[in-house]
Design a protein around this ligand. Sequence first.
Ligand code: ZN
Length: 334
Amino acid sequence: MGSSDWRKLDESDVRIRPGKSTRPRSKQRPAHADASTAMVIGKDRGRWTCALDGDPERVVTAMRAREMGRVSVVVGDTVGIVGDVSGKTDTLARIIRVDERTSVLRRTADDTDPFERVVVANAAQLLIVTALADPQPRTGFIDRCLVACYTGGLQPILCLTKADLASPDALMAGYAGLDVPVVVSRHDEEPEGLDERLKGRVTALVGHSGVGKSTLVNRLVPTASLAVGVVSAIGKGRHTSVAAVALPLPNGGWVIDTPGIRSFGLAHVTADDIVLAFEEFAAAAEECPPGCGHLGPPDDPDCALDDVVAQGAAKADRLTSLRRLLASRAGTET
Ligand code: ZN
């Protein structure tokens, strides 16, 4: 297996194969057909916090059943759980199934772990929180988030904070070609229209420190600090870095905060994966020379995407945006 192949491997690629256990199954065990369905809302040291039927009032702690092996179970996953699902203190249920994911976000590989593991599953949206000033917006970061959305199956939303310090116009103009929804907030105001966009949906949040993400989470979920405390208390006395935690919105839906995640992994993403998210260019990309990076001249002088614009079948600013995302894929900015 070449290096490019092992990079693509991920524990989430492992399929569950029931019935391979050599240990005979006791008849007292609950039949898996009776498994309850739950949403994973927290994960800490081999224990998963799950909301039965997605109900934030019915929280159960579970371990991964032995027959699951090391299959990945992450925040946002829909799982089947059996055993004691009462949620009473000191009870522990077992996760026996992870349903197919509708979307994935992977974190970047780092020194302690060379794999880009899935950290959030099934989020419908990603809220990319960026300050307009103090700190300055980093378009490279936004672009990488957008690529993670387009290739992971999420709808991006740009949330621009601190509009009292700088105008959002220039930044918004840079993304006009992508039709990304934008919400703008000042430090003393609720972000306009944000509640409506989040209501009833599962939305992951990402942003660097100092952009106002924590303030935003506390506004959206008044009990957020309490909920995080509960999850963190599982590992009390030891340092824990919470990878992601799902918090219930008062009017339905969830926000998934990603405190330890500074950027999303894109090493597994190819240039063609990104182009596929731009329908009007997808067919033309197949006419490109083999290995075309679709960046256009001078890197890819024979790229067919320019023809699509020349023929009037796509807007030039869409291609400009697409190529900026393609360039950001290989970038190192976090
Ligand atoms: Zn091309």
